[in-house]
Structure formats: structure tokens, C-alpha cells
Ligand binder design. Sequence first.
Ligand code: ZN
Length: 69
Amino acid sequence: MASLEIKLWELGDFTPGTKSAQGRCAWGGDSCKEKPEFTVTDRAGSNMGACEKHVVTYIRDRLKNGPFG
Ligand SMILES: [Zn+2]
């Protein structure tokens, strides 16, 4: 079991000017142009937008590596 930090994407989750705040997936890196459906929190405590495809990579990472990487 892993603890996941996921919520539905909201503009207020992000620092203005970031890729996530611009309504684009940041979890998938620079190459992803999709709209984020979710907000996930990385291990440094930063919120990142994640599209429906890349939210799976977040879940997979947490299940494999746990909350501390
Ligand atoms: Zn993505």
C-alpha cells in the first residue's frame, strides 16, 4: 500500500507562471502538451499538474518507490 497525494486540478494549487498554472501537465515533463486533470504533490512538496496519462506514472512511482523515493 502507498499513500498518494492526488486531488482534482485547481488553478489555486499552483504558483502563477508555472506550467501547471498555465493548464498544462507538468508531471509528464516538457514534452507533454495535455491538460492536467489532477494535482499531485512531489517529494519536495511542490504541486504539479498531471494529465490522465501521466497521473499513472505518479501512482506507479509511489507504489514502486514509496513516499521517500
Ligand atoms: Zn501529461
